[in-house]
Design a protein around this ligand. Structure first.
Ligand SMILES: [Zn+2]
Length: 184
């Protein structure tokens, strides 16, 4: 077990250090917080779908949206539902995108319940950096499984979170449990 600064990892650091056991996570190389609001390689949520499921930590792909593990999870199984299209605001989504983001969110809840039996969920979108969005330019819906006691002293006191399993393992378990014909 060791610690590493969130600054050394890809994605959007949130100020927490994490304890990794026992191996370094499978992570998405070369990506960081986008430097501008343009789509493309500078945006992780545009880049992830171009990677393999394993490299991108993709759990499921729909027609206009996909499901990916959060690289900076609050809890094991913290998923993000993203439209493929680089849009920032919920009001910019097309009707098919709204419908599929909703359907994938519901399926994500069912799959996470089946795999890890959380006691509750937080669902939601942070719209704008002022509202807490790490990557504000590309909309993403959080699906956060919650367990009693998961917000206890560790993140508050140690500014660290111990994740009980590797992200790659979590992705594989969730992808295996994902239904082949999601409910619409
Ligand atoms: Zn994007």
């Amino acid at each position: 077990m060791g610690t590493e600064s969130a600054d050394d990892l890809a994605g959007v650091p949130d100020g927490f250090q994490r304890l990794w056991t026992p191996h370094r996570m499978a992570y998405i190389g070369g990506q960081d917080k986008p430097v501008d609001r343009e789509p493309g390689d500078g945006c992780p949520f545009c880049r992830i779908p171009t990677l393999s499921d394993e490299d991108g930590l993709v759990v499921a792909r729909g027609a206009v949206a996909y499901v990916v593990l959060n690289l900076y999870p609050y809890n094991a199984g913290h998923l993000l539902v993203c439209p493929y299209r680089h849009v920032a605001d919920y009001t910019e989504l097309t009707e098919p995108e709204v419908a599929e983001v909703a359907a994938l969110t519901r399926t994500a809840m069912e799959v996470v319940r089946e795999v890890s039996a959380p006691q509750g969920f937080n669902l939601g979108m942070n719209q704008g950096e002022v509202a807490g969005a790490g990557i504000a330019a590309h909309l993403h819906q959080h699906v956060v499984p919650r367990w009693s006691g998961d917000s206890n002293f560790l993140p508050i006191v140690a500014r660290s979170r111990a994740l009980p399993e590797l992200l790659g393992d979590t992705r594989a378990r969730l992808a295996a449990a994902w239904p082949t014909t999601p409910k619409g």
